[in-house]
Design a protein around this ligand. Structure first.
Ligand code: OGA
Ligand code: MN
Length: 330
């Protein structure tokens, strides 16, 4: 190993990893993704994902079924509630963006589907048709983002939880009576979730920063103003160039990202050129951190009374009234 390339130590696997940026990400050779995975290769890739956070596989001329089989060998595949799911295979999302079909709202830093109590462990995206210019995907390491916070902020956020909701997807429903009824139904299926802000990665044991500007709307126990400012600081960690990897797509490149430890941003600079990608999403587990496991917000609120801090259960803020103060006579 020379620090940039690494042959896996797993016996029976020919896989090699080559780093693609300073903090995270590796391209993988020695594997044909269209063939069933051997146990040794599976083990090597699982270890590689935990270590590198993103794996890039080039020149993989695979079918959608191959992608589903490859993804399905790591975890059950999940169905996205709002994306353009394939009619025959709801676990498969086909993004076919071109004139008349502009890209989805993925041009914001995010981890996928953190409005779920169990957000995906990983996502796989495979390029089929790429624009001549543009259409890159940016990734940012949230283990690097966490590590580089000051100790004071690390201490502050250690036991905090972030509230995640459906975010921009709520806009998809429009202002009709049917749209509002459907939104209510989705709200019932995906109630607000309180995720630990500091998450312990279950495989690497690393601490990662688990908030994102697409879905995290509030930090529990803070006033709205405090929460907005602290979230602004935390969201900024994704934007620091040193912790990023910018992926330029070629057809038949597959990227397997660890949704627990990276955020991503789809650069929307190619419309109306065509960009066609296949995606599958891998089921994850309940996040766990020093603040405990993720729970629905209503369960968190039942266990935590913040009212003495001037913060009520509406996540708002009320000025301390005279009778609230410790010594009202002063
Ligand atoms: C996604 C996503 C990025 C891209 O599929 O979750 O954000 O570059 N896509 O299309
Ligand atoms: Mn995404």
């Amino acid at each position: 190993m020379d620090g940039i390339t690494e042959k896996t130590a797993i016996e029976g696997s020919k896989i090699e990893f080559k780093k693609v940026s300073a903090h995270f990400g590796a391209s993988v050779t020695g594997i044909d993704v269209s063939k069933p995975l051997s146990a040794a290769d599976h083990q090597a890739l699982s270890a590689g994902l935990a270590k590198y956070e993103i794996l890039v596989f080039r020149d993989q001329d695979i079918t959608a079924q191959n992608l589903m089989d490859f993804g399905g060998s790591f975890s059950e595949l999940t169905v996205h509630p709002f994306s353009p799911n394939d009619d025959n295979n709801p676990e498969l999302i086909v993004f076919d963006n071109k004139e008349g079909n502009p890209p989805f709202s993925t041009d914001v830093w995010h981890s996928d589907e953190t409005f779920r109590l169990e957000p995906p462990m990983a996502t796989m995206l495979c390029a089929k048709i790429v624009p001549e210019i543009g259409g890159d995907t940016m990734f940012s390491s949230m283990s690097a983002g966490y590590e580089s916070l000051s100790q004071k902020i690390k201490d502050l956020i250690e036991d905090m939880v972030g509230v995640h909701d459906l975010g921009p997807f709520k806009r998809l429903f429009g202002g009709t009576t049917e749209g509002r009824a459907l939104l209510l139904d989705y709200g019932n299926r995906y109630p607000l979730v309180a995720h630990p802000i500091v998450r312990i990665h279950p495989d690497s044991g690393k601490k990662v920063l688990f908030v994102n500007p697409q879905f995290t709307v509030h930090i529990e126990g803070l006033t709205q103003r405090e929460s907005d400012h602290l979230l602004d600081i935390l969201f900024h960690q994704a934007v620091i160039p040193e912790y990023q990897y910018r992926h330029h797509w070629e057809p038949n490149t597959l990227v397997f990202w660890d949704n627990r430890s990276v955020q991503h941003y789809a650069v929307h600079d190619y419309y109306p050129q065509r960009r066609k990608m296949d995606r599958v999403t891998l089921k994850g587990t309940v996040p766990v951190g020093p603040a405990g496991p993720s729970v629905f917000l209503e369960d968190y609120l039942a266990q935590h009374d913040n009212s003495e801090d001037g913060v009520d259960k509406f996540g708002g803020h009320r000025p301390l009234r005279q009778f609230d103060r410790e010594n009202p006579d002063l």
